[in-house]
Design a protein around this ligand. Structure first.
Ligand code: HEC
Length: 123
């Protein structure tokens, strides 16, 4: 589990540098592989947001407590989906209002970065 997340994170990071290389060199014609629309992952930005806006509820290590769900054991793609749904104002559980307020402020890039950060930083 743990290693898989670290691997996923490095694939994402390497994927972006590969993309940048390809484009600088003008070498790639394989559009299926080019993550042009993927937001870039910035783990240090995510750490700042997490410490400021998430950990008070979700815990120092995103471990969760009582009605605040654990985040560190979730799949990054699931976290992205949930944050997008909260951002759109959707009510999912009984305490969604707490998340809607927080998710509203997040950009696509911040959501992508947070999803990798909370699943890899506390292993
Ligand atoms: C005020 C407390 C609070 C803050 C701050 C907060 N959350 Fe939450 N979070 C919750 C609660 C409560 C839920 C469950 C909401 C519901 O009932 O739908 C939740 C749900 C979630 C979920 C869905 C989990 C699941 O298992 O479906 C994710 C992902 C999440 N939060 C991420 C974040 C991130 C990232 C931040 C920081 C930007 C953050 N939260 C800030 C309280 C909070």
């Amino acid at each position: 589990m743990v290693n898989r997340y670290v691997l996923a994170a490095s694939i994402i990071v390497c994927g972006f540098s590969a993309w940048a290389d390809n484009h600088t060199a003008g070498a790639s014609t394989d559009s299926a592989d080019a993550p042009v629309t993927e937001p870039e992952v910035d783990l240090s930005a995510a750490e700042k947001i997490f410490k400021k806006s998430c950990r008070a509820c979700h815990g120092n290590k995103a471990q969760g407590a009582a009605s605040y769900p654990n985040l560190s054991d979730l799949e990054p793609a699931y976290i992205v989906e949930m944050l997008e749904r909260y951002r759109s104002g959707e009510r999912i559980g009984p305490n969604s209002i707490l998340m809607i307020q927080n998710a509203k402020k997040l950009s696509d890039q911040e959501i992508a970065s947070l999803s990798v950060y909370v699943t890899t930083a506390f292993d």
